[in-house]
Write a new protein. Structure first.
Length: 340
């Protein structure tokens, strides 16, 4: 299938899809965009999106406040870490997690990144839905740094923009799968998505082949929206041919990839693809710092995920599971603190 876009198609396996006809076009335009997405989701599980509608000045604000946070002294950053190991919030220090653990690749060294994460800042805590024992953990309050101007405001605004974009993408997914456009709406209207920023500093010395900025892994949920930077030591995707291919970073675009939950929902007709962030060679270390903004879209914790009716050409491969139970199994597979 030929994918049309006002931005030149990137070299390699990851296609570029222009979303603007979905937002402003006819029903035929919507279906054409959905067909392009369907082709990408069946082949590589990654796509580069243009015409997404997220203002560049908002992206710049979040990038600026994120860099300011990571530039704080370690003691200040650690004030933003949750004392509850069940609550995934706030700051996690350098080399304190190993994403390769989630695919059973034990033996890799911890990832060369530090990160900060938050969840939905717009939760109505008076709503009984958010007052169960499970919900109090899932939707625990965010932990914002106090020493970075505009941090909470910028991040909250960006979270809302990502939420809007993810809803549009899920509606496009429904069309691509032969479902009614709002099919996913009641399964994501109380989603439990984490917005995470990862800081990959410039390495000061050569890095072991057993250590990466983010080891090989697949994402967990329905979809991921990533704003990355074009710097040495970048994102690579594992192609169907069995090779690792660098994902191009094009101006004005965002990256989208599927998570394991969406692959399970579609009975593996759509693919959740291994990817990694490699460390730069030491001769390219200068100016290799990367700050990546990642919206890990995760459906409502009580949403039941079972094989979609239009994906039952083969017998269902997976037992039904809730979104929350699926995420918890993935979380437990990653050792948040690991020693060698």
């Amino acid at each position: 299938m030929t994918i049309q876009s006002p931005i030149a198609i990137a070299e390699g396996s990851v296609p570029v899809v222009d979303l603007s006809p979905y937002f402003s076009g006819s029903e035929a335009d919507k279906k054409r965009v959905a067909a392009e997405i369907d082709a990408a989701c069946r082949s590589i599980g990654f796509l580069i999106i243009s015409g997404h509608g997220v203002p560049q000045d908002l992206i710049d604000r979040v990038d600026r406040t994120s860099r300011a946070f990571f530039d704080l002294p370690l003691a200040e950053k650690e004030k933003c870490h949750s004392d509850n190991p069940d609550v995934w919030r706030g700051y996690y220090g350098m080399a304190t997690s190993t994403l390769a653990d989630t695919i059973g690749k034990v033996g890799d060294l911890p990832d060369l990144r530090e990160y900060y994460t938050m969840n939905n800042p717009f939760v109505d805590r008076a709503d009984p839905y958010y007052q169960t024992d499970a919900a109090r953990i899932i939707f625990a309050p965010n932990i914002y740094p106090t020493g970075v101007a505009d941090f909470e405001a910028a991040w909250s605004e960006y979270y809302r923009a990502m939420e809007t974009l993810a809803t549009a993408l899920m509606r496009l997914f429904a069309l691509a799968l032969g479902l009614d456009e709002p099919w996913f709406d009641d399964k994501i209207d109380r989603h439990m998505t984490n917005l995470t920023v990862s800081n990959y500093p410039e390495p000061k010395q050569a890095v072991s082949s057993r250590q990466m900025r983010a080891g090989p892994h697949t994402d967990y949920g329905s979809l991921t929206i990533l704003r990355a930077e074009d710097r040495p030591g970048g994102l690579e995707v594992h192609t169907p041919q069995g090779t690792w291919e660098r994902v191009p970073i094009l101006p004005g675009t965002l990256l989208v990839n599927l998570g394991d939950l969406m692959a399970q929902w579609t009975n593996d007709e759509w693919v959740s693809t291994l990817h990694r962030v490699v460390a730069p060679p030491i001769e390219q270390a200068q100016d290799s710092r990367r700050v990546s903004l990642t919206f890990f879209h995760q459906p409502n914790h009580d949403a039941l995920v079972e094989c979609i009716q239009t994906c039952r050409r083969d017998a269902p491969k997976y037992a039904p599971i809730t979104s929350g139970a699926h995420l918890e199994a993935k979380r437990l597979a990653m050792q948040v603190v690991r020693t060698e």
